[in-house]
Design a binder for this molecule. Structure first.
Ligand SMILES: Cc1cc2nc3c(=O)[nH]c(=O)nc-3n(C[C@H](O)[C@H](O)[C@H](O)COP(=O)(O)OP(=O)(O)OC[C@H]3O[C@@H](n4cnc5c(N)ncnc54)[C@H](O)[C@@H]3O)c2cc1C
Length: 379
C-alpha cells in the first residue's frame, strides 16, 4: 500500500514514537499541558515540515500527504493529544499560509512554525457558530492600512500557547460564507487575549482555549487570499485536507487500543484459560482488526489521491467518517476486553476511548461529513 519511501518514513517515526512518546504518554495525559519539550524535540528532527516542499522550508517529500498521514497515525499510536498538536502545527495552522501567504508571511510565520520556533493555531469555531460557519460573528472591519478584528473564538487548539493564529472573520455578515476572510494574527498584538483555557474529557495534552479579539489591528498584508470572498474557500481547502489527517489520528489511536487488547486477551486468564480462547473475545478482536484495516487502507487511498492532485472532497469526508466512528467502536470493544481494568486510570484503555471521541467532533462532526458527502451526491 505504501511505497518504499513512505515505509522508510514510517519506520523512522515509529522508532521515535516507541522510544520517546509511548513512555511519556500517560504522564502527558495526566499533566494536561502542552508538551513543549517533546514538541521541540520532534521539530528538531524536521517532521513539522513533512507536508511542504523544500522551497518554503519543508521536507520536500515525494508523497507529502501520504507521509503526513503516516506521521499523524504513528504519533497518535503513542498519544493522540500530542499528534493532534503536530497536525495543527504541520497542517491546519500553516496550510493556508503555505498556499496563500507571500514570501514575507512565509518568513515571518511559516518557516519559524516548521522549525518549531513559533506555534500556530487556526480559529474558525465560535461559541455560537460551529458546524454553521456562515453564521460566525467575529467581525473584521476595513480601516486605513488593514482591518480591526472584534469577536471571540472557542475550542482553539494551541489557543494559550500560540504565537500566531489564522483567524476566520466576516467582513460583511450579510454576505454569509462569501463575506468570510482569513487573517494571520500575531498573538502579541494589542487587544488579543486568551479568555480561558478549556478543561476537557479528551486529548488532554492538546491545548484548547477560548480567545478574545478586542479591536485587534491586522495590517492588510496579513489578510490571506486573493480577494474579497476568497478567504473562506482557502480555509475550506485546508479543512478538507485535514480530514485525511484526522482519519489517520483515529487509526493510530485505534491501533494502540487493538494492540493492547490483543496482548491482554493472550495474558488474562479466566475459567482456566486466556480470555482470547473465548470466541466472544476472538470475534471482537477480529471485528476490530477488520475496521482498522479498512479505515487505514481508505485513508491512504485518499492521501494518495491528494498526492496526485486529484479531488478529495467526498473521499476525505468518507475517510474521516469511517475512521472516526469505526475506531471509536474499536476502542469501546478494546475497553470491554479489559473488563474492570479498562476503567482504571492506571491502564491506558480509558485514554484510548476518551481520545477516540476527538476525531468524531474535531474538524467537523461525523454528521457534517455525511452532509458533505450527501451534497456531493446531489442530494
Ligand atoms: C478538542 C477539540 C479541538 C478543536 N480544535 C479546533 C480548532 O483548533 N479550531 C477551530 O476552529 N475549531 C476547533 N474545534 C471545534 C470543532 O471543529 C467543532 O466543535 C465542530 O466543528 C462542531 O461544532 P460545535 O461544537 O459548535 O457543534 P454544533 O455545530 O453545535 O453541532 C452540535 C450537533 O448538531 C449536529 N448538527 C449541526 N448542524 C447539523 C446539520 N446541518 N445536520 C445534521 N446535524 C447537524 C452536529 O453533528 C452535532 O451533533 C475543536 C473541537 C474540539 C472538541
Amino acid at each position: 500500500m505504501l511505497d518504499q519511501d513512505a515505509q522508510e518514513f514510517r519506520r523512522h517515526i515509529a522508532r521515535w514514537v516507541d522510544e520517546r512518546l509511548v513512555p511519556q504518554a500517560e504522564s502527558l495525559d495526566r499533566k494536561g499541558e502542552f508538551p513543549h519539550e517533546l514538541f521541540h524535540e520532534l521539530a528538531s528532527l524536521g517532521y513539522l515540515g513533512a507536508l511542504y516542499p523544500e522551497s518554503i522550508g519543508g521536507s520536500g517529500l515525494a508523497n507529502p500527504y501520504t507521509c503526513f498521514a503516516v506521521l499523524c497515525e504513528e504519533l497518535s499510536r503513542g498519544s493522540m493529544g500530542f499528534a493532534a498538536g503536530v497536525c495543527m502545527q504541520g497542517s491546519t495552522a500553516t496550510y493556508t499560509l503555505y498556499e496563500w501567504g507571500d514570501k514575507a508571511l512565509h518568513e515571518r510565520f511559516l518557516l519559524p512554525a516548521l522549525r518549531g520556533e513559533r506555534i500556530g493555531a487556526f480559529a474558525i469555531t465560535e461559541p455560537n457558530s460551529g458546524s454553521d460557519a456562515a453564521s460566525l460573528r467575529t467581525r473584521a472591519t476595513n480601516v486605513e492600512g488593514g482591518y480591526v478584528i472584534n469577536g471571540s473564538k472557542i475550542f482553539t487548539t494551541h489557543g494559550t500557547v500560540a504565537d500566531f493564529i489564522t483567524v476566520v472573520a466576516t467582513t460583511d455578515p450579510a454576505r454569509g460564507l462569501k463575506g468570510l476572510e482569513l487573517f494571520v494574527v500575531d498573538t502579541k498584538t494589542k487587544g488579543f487575549s486568551v479568555g480561558r483555557k478549556l478543561d476537557k474529557f479528551t486529548i488532554h495534552c492538546s491545548d484548547t482555549a477560548e480567545l478574545v479579539f478586542d479591536n485587534v489591528f491586522v495590517p492588510e498584508e496579513c489578510r490571506l487570499g486573493d480577494g474579497e470572498g476568497g478567504g473562506f474557500l482557502n480555509a475550506y481547502k485546508s479543512l478538507t485536507v485535514d480530514r485525511v489527517f484526522t482519519a489517520a489520528l483515529a487509526v493510530g489511536n485505534g491501533q494502540a487500543a487493538y494492540d493492547a487488547a490483543l496482548r491482554y486477551a493472550k495474558e488474562r486468564v479466566q475459567f482456566g484459560q486466556p480470555i482470547g480462547k473465548f470466541q466472544a473475545v476472538q470475534f471482537k478482536l477480529v471485528d476490530m482488526l477488520a475496521v482498522l484495516e479498512q479505515a487505514r487502507l481508505y485513508t491512504y487511498y485518499v492521501a494518495g489521491r491528494a498526492d496526485r492532485g486529484e479531488p478529495i472532497t467526498t473521499e476525505a469526508a468518507l475517510a474521516k467518517l469511517v475512521a472516526a466512528d469505526g475506531c471509536n467502536d474499536v476502542c469501546q470493544k478494546a475497553l470491554n476486553i479489559f473488563g474492570g481494568y479498562g476503567l482504571m486510570n492506571e491502564y491506558p484503555m480509558q485514554r484510548f476511548l476518551r481520545d477516540s471521541y476527538f476525531p468524531i467532533i474535531g474538524g467537523g462532526t461525523s454528521d457534517i461529513m455525511r452532509l458533505i458527502v450527501a451534497r456531493q451526491l446531489g442530494l
